[in-house]
Design a protein around this ligand. Structure first.
Ligand code: ZN
Length: 535
């Protein structure tokens, strides 16, 4: 019986074996088979989220994740798998946190330490004072009133009741808006306005410390008991000196109401966090599938691997990282040898100002004047794109196309052409096999806020996909709800297939994307504008 079955199977195999000289499976069909029928994307994403947890830049969790990613790429047989470091700052992690009201009645509060704030070193207990401050001019009102207090520094805001569905996919109207070319509007004053905002936390910390406050509390910017805990003072010598926590908006407003209507509530806070200064460098993770033509340059896919700490950084951005890794696995599994090298990068330091991709641009693509390494990330983020002239480096023209994913778990609906109208036909051609998967659109609009931005700013063709928003903006982005539960398997399988398809098409194409001229200092959009004294 057994023997007969084996014989039958062998006969069957002989019948379906491809005849000599037969055409091999088309790339797109091979990708769809590998990405749909043999998908690993959800397994990769689950290890990254449930298994590794949050990946704050330079935290011990991020170090474990970096090693895991290197092992994965090596395990799939990718080449030149490596860390690529850049100077960042301190490591930091949360061990535990508790916050409760002890008077006028006992009540557990939903809280998270603000990233890179110091520990309380055991529970501290103090009355609150509500002292909203958002600029230095506000300090005078509170001078002499904060000693021994836990200071609630946010203005208690109205509740943010949802007015749109929390989970959403794009429709015709949304795409119509994206189709239009948007004129760039260069405003040289915009930089200074932003710099004032980003330097305020350090000024507030120094004021609170000088006044003898014991800790500060801010209000979550979302309702529904979501907390986030973003903090930006991570550089050695610049971390804040007082413990700071973020409270759920409902908890914060209740405290503020009680303080207005009776005697000040008493809080007990235990913020058990720790710094790790063993290595101040952050690392991008790089892996490659080498091309057959060393003169043809390379194409690249990337996603930021770092996250915030309130949950497991699932939609932001284990989703994109898992898709980039799955695209690498798919293409490797096909056994194809692309003409151009395909490079896969997991960026670090994105959440602090696109710092990993900036370091890459600065090291391999183009330089701009002024300091880079060791500068405050927020200043780099806002300041770097406004420095001229841009000086291309030898690798500037080698990077033929970069594809980024960082807008949650929603499936890919197409790509933003970033105002490069000349690139539209070729991008459309490469996406064409995936149009029936919903991903065929190419729109002229630009999109910002993630790792293609600094490439675009020096004239390198870096692109980000259009994605269905799902509950990214309403609920999961940076929040305590950013867990594996909000990753959608069908969407991430589709995204992995499209990402692999774009990479292989651009790696093998006879044509390369038309580029912009190397950007030079733009003229002001409104040359007759006066400086607003209130800004
Ligand atoms: Zn992100």
């Amino acid at each position: 019986m057994k023997k007969t079955l084996v014989a039958m199977m062998m006969a069957g195999a002989a019948l379906v074996a491809a005849p000599a000289g037969a055409q091999k499976a088309d790339d797109a069909n091979g990708i769809i088979d590998q990405g749909m029928n043999h998908s690993q994307v959800m397994v990769i994403a689950q290890e990254m989220t449930d298994g590794l947890g949050p990946r704050l830049t330079n935290s011990p969790g991020m170090r474990r994740a970096e090693q895991w990613a290197l092992d994965k790429f090596n395990g799939w047989g990718l080449s030149n798998v490596r860390r690529d470091g850049f100077e960042f700052g301190r490591g930091w992690e949360i061990v535990s946190v508790s916050a409760r009201m002890t008077s006028p009645r006992p009540l557990a509060l939903t809280a998270i330490p603000v990233a890179w704030t110091p520990p309380t070193n055991g529970a501290i207990s103090a009355p609150i004072i509500v002292a909203p401050m958002s600029k230095e001019e506000n300090f005078a009102e509170w001078r002499g009133k904060l000693a021994g207090k836990i200071v609630l520094v946010s203005l208690p805001a109205d509740g943010s009741e949802p007015d749109k569905p929390a989970f959403r996919r794009l429709d015709g109207d949304d795409f119509e808006k994206l189709e239009a070319f948007r004129q760039p509007k260069y405003d040289p004053e915009a930089l200074n306005r932003r710099l004032d905002r980003v330097t305020f936390p350090e000024k507030l910390d120094a004021f609170l410390k000088a006044e003898g406050a014991v800790a500060w509390v801010r209000q979550s910017y979302r309702d529904g008991k979501l907390v986030h805990g973003e903090g930006y003072n991570y550089r050695a010598g610049h971390t804040l000196t007082l413990p700071g926590i973020e409270l759920a908006a409902e908890d914060y407003r209740r405290l503020a109401r009680l303080a207005k209507s009776g005697s000040a509530p008493q809080l007990e806070i235990d913020s058990n966090v720790r710094f790790d200064d063993s290595d101040t460098r952050a690392y991008n993770i790089i892996a490659e599938i080498p091309g057959t033509d060393p003169k043809a340059g390379y194409v690249m896919a990337g996603a930021h691997f770092d996250s915030w700490v309130a949950a497991d950084g699932a939609t932001d951005n284990a989703a994109g990282s898992a898709v980039v890794m799955e695209a690498a696995r798919i293409i490797k599994a096909l056994g194809v040898r692309p003409k151009r090298t395909i490079r896969f990068v997991l960026w670090s330091g994105e959440e602090q100002g696109l710092l990993g991709s900036l370091a890459y641009v600065d090291k391999y693509l183009a330089s701009r004047p002024g300091p880079a390494e060791g500068e405050d990330g927020n200043l780099l983020y806002y300041g770097w794109p406004n420095r001229y002239p841009i000086t291309p480096k030898p690798g500037y023209y080698d990077l033929k196309a970069y594809f980024n994913m960082d807008n949650g778990s929603g499936k890919l609906r197409g790509i933003y052409a970033e105002g490069n109208v000349a690139a539209v036909p070729l991008l459309k051609e490469w996406l064409a096999p995936y149009a029936s998967l919903g991903a065929g659109r190419v729109v002229a609009a630009t999109t910002g806020g993630t790792d293609h931005v600094f490439m675009q700013s020096v004239g390198v063709p870096g692109y980000q996909f259009i994605q269905d928003p799902l509950d990214y903006g309403s609920r999961t982005h940076h929040s305590s709800a950013d867990t594996y539960d909000h990753l959608k398997a069908e969407d991430l399988r589709q995204a992995s297939v499209v990402m692999a398809g774009m990479l292989l098409a651009s790696a093998n194409s006879d044509k390369t994307l038309p580029r912009f001229p190397v950007p030079s200092q733009p003229s002001a959009y409104d040359p007759f504008k006066y400086k607003d004294p209130n800004e």
